[in-house]
Design a protein around this ligand. Structure first.
Ligand SMILES: Cc1cc2nc3c(=O)[nH]c(=O)nc-3n(C[C@H](O)[C@H](O)[C@H](O)COP(=O)(O)OP(=O)(O)OC[C@H]3O[C@@H](n4cnc5c(N)ncnc54)[C@H](O)[C@@H]3O)c2cc1C
Length: 239
C-alpha cells in the first residue's frame, strides 16, 4: 500500500468514478477511497440515466472522454428517446439500466484503469497544514497524502433519511452516513447545507396485476448515450 498520491477521490459514486478515471487517464497517480467497493456507482434511486437535460450532460461527459454513457449503453435494459414529438434539438436520450450490472461494469473499468487504485474505508478527516489540504485520515486511522483531494460524497455527509415521520441517520437506505468532514468544512468557514432528494414508494411486483397496466416498450432504434462504437445494448430489453 502506497500512502502518497497525486489525487485522492473520496467516494465512488457517479461523480467520484468519473473524477478518478479522468485524473488517472491524465497521468495522475490516483486513489479512490470508498465505503463499500461492492456499491461502486450504485444507483441510489431509480436505475435511470439521462432524461431531459441530464441526457445531454451524459453525452457531454462522453465527448470529454468519460465513462457514464459507455457504462449505461452496456447495461441498458430499456432505451427511449424522450420528446420525439418535438424537433431534434428537444430530444433527450434516457436509459434504464440493470442496477447490478451497472456496478459491475463500473468496477471493472476502475480496476482496469492504469494509475488508478482503490481503498475501501471511510474518510473521517481532511489533513490540513498551513491552510492547505494535504491528504485524508480514515476511520481505520490510516493517513494518506495527496496534492489534491476531491470530495464526491453524494448524499452521505451528515446524511439524514426521513421515512414517514421517522428520521434515521444514513447516506442512503442500509448505508451509514459519514461524519467529520462537514464539521471540519464548517469550522473553516465554508457554508454547508443540506439538499433534499425524494424517492417514490417501492411496490412489490408480485402484488401488481400487470394486466391492468399499459405496457410501455423501449425503442429499438439504436440511439445510444455514448458516441463510441461498440455493440450497443447487449442485455435483453425489458418493457
Ligand atoms: C433516495 C434517493 C433518491 C434520489 N433520487 C434522485 C433522483 O431522482 N434524481 C437524481 O438526479 N438524483 C437523485 N438522488 C441523488 C443521487 O444521490 C445523485 O443523483 C447521485 O447519486 C449523485 O452521485 P454522487 O457521485 O455525487 O454521489 P453518490 O452516488 O451518493 O455516491 C457517494 C459515494 O461516496 C461514498 N462516501 C460518502 N462519504 C464517504 C466518506 N467519508 N468516505 C468514503 N466514502 C464515502 C459513498 O459510499 C458513495 O459510494 C437520490 C438520492 C437518494 C438517496
Amino acid at each position: 500500500m502506497n500512502f502518497n498520491y497525486d489525487v485522492i477521490v473520496v467516494g465512488a459514486g457517479h461523480a467520484g468514478c468519473e473524477a478518478a478515471c479522468a485524473a488517472a487517464n491524465m497521468g495522475s497517480r490516483t486513489l479512490l477511497i470508498t465505503m463499500d467497493m461492492n456499491k461502486i456507482a450504485q444507483m441510489s434511486c431509480n436505475p435511470a440515466v439521462g432524461g431531459i437535460a441530464k441526457g445531454q450532460i451524459v453525452r457531454e461527459i462522453d465527448a470529454l472522454g468519460g465513462q457514464m454513457g459507455i457504462v449505461t449503453d452496456k447495461t441498458a435494459i430499456q432505451f427511449r428517446m424522450l420528446n420525439k414529438s418535438k424537433g431534434p434539438a428537444m430530444w433527450s436520450p434516457r436509459a434504464q439500466s440493470d442496477r447490478q450490472k451497472f456496478i459491475e461494469t463500473w468496477r471493472s473499468i476502475i480496476e482496469n484503469t492504469d494509475n488508478l487504485y482503490m481503498w475501501q474505508d471511510t474518510v473521517k478527516e481532511l489533513i490540513i497544514e498551513n491552510n492547505t489540504v494535504k491528504g485524508v485520515r480514515t476511520t481505520m486511522n490510516v493517513s494518506i497524502y495527496a496534492t489534491c483531494v476531491i470530495l464526491t460524497a453524494g448524499t452521505f455527509m451528515n446524511g439524514l433519511m426521513h421515512i414517514g415521520r421517522t428520521q434515521i441517520q444514513g447516506g442512503r437506505i442500509s448505508e451509514p452516513a459519514s461524519f467529520g468532514i462537514t464539521e471540519q468544512l464548517s469550522q473553516m468557514g465554508i457554508v454547508v447545507g443540506r439538499m433534499k432528494t425524494g424517492k417514490p414508494v417501492r411496490i412489490d411486483g408480485l402484488s401488481i396485476d400487470f394486466s391492468k397496466n399499459i405496457k410501455k416498450e423501449g425503442e429499438n432504434e439504436f440511439h445510444k448515450l455514448s458516441y463510441l462504437d461498440f455493440i450497443p445494448r447487449p442485455l435483453q430489453q425489458q418493457p
